[in-house]
Ligand binder design. Structure first.
Ligand SMILES: C[S@@+](CC[C@H](N)C(=O)[O-])C[C@H]1O[C@@H](n2cnc3c(N)ncnc32)[C@H](O)[C@@H]1O
Length: 328
């Protein structure tokens, strides 16, 4: 059985989060769009059906690409599917009218035990979206205790990071997701009803480290800035606070005209912002969407419109980004 057949055989279909809100906010959808996180194709199909002339759909996971060959066939030349990182989006098209990013993992990835993303299904400690490079097992079994603690704290906001890192080092080698989840659970109080599973934050942190998700996010936002034409729209959906903070600060920095200064700070030179914000606050799913799709619970949507200012590299210190080089 092919990987794609196996995925469609035993996974819950991925329900796209905040798709209707995006399509309403960016309407009318025309021209060339980049979907940087193809997954099961919910956003790509939504954009094509809303009027996009062409969608370049990118995913680093070969499984998403394989699945799209099947469901994407009826769209013909209007759909171009590319296996790549979204930080490379501007290598695949010169100019775009819109870019959408729906960060994190898909239900298809979570549901396949052998991908190692879930602490609820026993599988190898893998967690590689692109199915290549360093796996979670490599980090868990080889990283220094201090580095492990940094990963858990900076990427998962896990307050018991030191205690968990010590327990992991003592229990090594760890081969499977359930072995790791048991070590983490032994370090933390049992979850009360309604609280997340105790391993949630640590698994999130390891997944972010394995896939270098924060560096990818900043590089992806900068690639969107380079590829969007003036008036082009950017929509980013995040699922946890560190991720949202990076997007929020990136857009604040890029939408700031500077020149403000203050009594205490020297007057900065005015600059032409690269983006204008569609709204200051992030949009969130309504109660109906959360009831229909609990995965939407923590989602936030930020929207911005590209100006005609030249692209400019962002200063990572201004983005509140945990330094991946320090932790990895
Ligand atoms: C939340 S899912 C997207 C779901 C999609 N919007 C849908 O409606 O089916 C995120 C997808 O993005 C992919 N992904 C995450 N980070 C990526 C990156 N830096 N470059 C390319 N793909 C990435 C993952 O492999 C996953 O398939």
């Amino acid at each position: 059985m092919s990987a794609a057949a196996a995925a469609s055989d035993h996974t819950v279909p991925h329900i796209p989060v905040l798709l209707r809100s995006i399509l309403e906010a960016v309407a009318p959808v025309t021209g060339v769009w980049i979907d940087g996180t193809l997954g099961a194709g919910g956003y790509t199909r939504g954009l094509l059906e809303a009027g996009a002339a062409r969608v370049i759909a990118i995913d680093r996971d070969p499984l998403a690409i394989e699945l799209a060959e099947d469901w994407g066939a009826p769209y013909g030349d209007a759909l171009e599917v590319v296996q790549a990182r979204f930080s490379e989006m501007d290598h695949h098209v010169e100019e775009a009218d819109g870019v959408v990013l729906d960060l994190g993992v898909s239900s298809m990835q979570l549901d396949q035990a052998e991908r190692g993303f879930s602490f609820q299904k026993d599988g190898p400690l893998d967690m590689r979206m692109g199915q290549a490079g360093r796996s979670a097992a490599d980090i868990v079994n080889e990283a220094d205790e201090a580095v492990l603690a940094d990963i858990l704290f900076l990427y998962g906001e896990e307050r018991a990071s030191r205690r968990i890192a010590r327990a992991i080092v003592k229990a090594r080698p760890l081969e499977t997701t359930l072995e790791l989840a048991n070590v983490i659970c032994a370090c933390l109080p049992r979850a009360k009803p309604g609280q997340a599973h105790p391993a949630t934050r640590s698994f999130q942190a390891l997944r972010i480290a394995v896939n270098e998700e924060y560096a990818e996010l900043v590089d992806g936002l900068e690639a969107a800035e380079r590829v969007l034409r003036p008036g082009g729209q950017l929509a980013v959906v995040t699922f946890h606070s560190v991720e949202d903070r990076i997007v929020k600060r990136f857009l604040q920095v890029k939408a700031d005209a500077g020149g403000g200064g203050s009594r205490h700070a020297p007057q900065e030179a005015a600059r032409t912002p690269q983006f204008t914000l569609k709204s200051r606050k992030a949009m969130a799913p309504d109660a109906d969407e959360i009831a229909a799709n609990p995965r939407a619970r923590s989602a936030k949507l930020r929207l911005a419109v590209r100006t005609d200012a030249m692209p400019e590299a962002a200063d990572p210190r201004a983005l509140g980004m945990p330094d991946p080089k320090r932790a990895y």
